[in-house]
Design a binder for this molecule. Structure first.
Ligand SMILES: *Cc1c(COP(=O)(O)O)cnc(C)c1O
Length: 281
């Protein structure tokens, strides 16, 4: 689903001055990704829904990072919620899929277009893998959260680490919003070492070579822990179309780059010791 805002909508930092005037004329849909990939910044879903609905827009929330266990966007006022079921819902990194949920009449309107415009249909085997994975979602999310908190604490307490961003840590800049909006803080986090790009960039190669249990890979929400390096300059160039203010706000969270870590279901001590031995910290 693609949406063009003209002028771009800038609602990351909600304050009392922002009203429905912030939404460009003719906009039909406001799209929220929270906690957002990859920096784990939250958007206040209820507040954005109020503003968007006042401007006559529908709201879709990408809830992939939180999972349905962590957050219920429909209950907060969203019209649609989407998930990459490739991630936590399937849970094992072995099948790709996506889902969209919402009120029956809104979904029916999508379905009438879907077979024409939205690409291939999932194979029965993938659907079966995902449906089987989904049965353990509540148990896995409980374990993911507990393990992620242990890993985040260990990283945050290591003197070589500059910053860890995890919604379950009190150091998360939007801790109040996290508590209001999320029941489970999931297992996505970012961290970077002290010393800027000179230290972190080569560390990406070192980690990729030295990890023995954690995988150096993109994707997330698997039973396995996955880590990858995301340098800010190339990400801003290739992925996000922001202006100078948007770039600066991104850098407030990510500096020159971050390691994005998807904490799996392994023993927390094993994850921590593998990360630390790979980084030699
Ligand atoms: C992975 C991901 C997607 C895309 O899902 P695929 O299953 O890879 O097509 C969309 N949104 C978020 C937040 C994701 O992490």
């Amino acid at each position: 689903m693609r949406v063009a805002f003209r002028p771009p909508l800038k609602l990351e930092f909600l304050d009392s001055k922002i009203t429905s005037d912030a939404i460009g004329k003719g906009a039909k849909l406001v799209f929220i990704d929270t906690p957002c990939n990859p920096i784990l910044r939250l958007t206040d879903i209820a507040a954005v829904c109020d503003i968007a609905h006042a401007a006559g827009c529908r709201v879709v929330v990408d809830n992939t990072f939180a999972s349905p266990i962590g957050c219920s966007p429909l209950a907060l006022g969203a019209d649609y919620v989407m998930h990459s079921v490739t991630k936590y819902i399937g849970g094992h990194g072995d099948a790709m899929g996506g889902s969209i949920s919402g009120r029956r009449d809104l979904i029916r309107a999508l379905i009438s277009e879907a077979t024409v415009h939205y690409g291939g249909v999932m194979s029965p085997f993938n659907a079966w893998l995902i449906a089987r994975g989904a049965t353990t979602l509540p148990l896995r999310m409980r374990a993911h959260q507990e393990t992620a908190l242990a890993v985040a604490n260990a990283l945050e307490n290591n003197p070589r680490i500059e910053r860890v961003i995890y919604p379950g840590l009190d150091s998360h800049p939007q801790r109040e919003l996290v508590k209001r909006q999320m029941r489970n803080t999931s297992a996505m986090m970012t961290f970077r070492l002290k010393g800027g790009l000179n230290i972190n960039q080569p560390m990406a190669d070192q980690i990729a070579k030295n990890l023995s249990m954690v995988h150096y890979a993109v994707s997330l929400g698997h039973q396995r822990s996955l880590v990858c390096w995301m340098p800010t300059a190339s990400l801003l160039e290739t992925s996000f179309k922001t202006d100078a203010t948007g770039d600066a706000r991104y850098r407030d969270w990510a500096g020159d780059g971050i390691f994005r870590l998807s904490v799996g279901l392994e023993d927390p001590e094993d994850i921590i010791s593998d990360l630390f031995q790979a980084m030699n910290i």
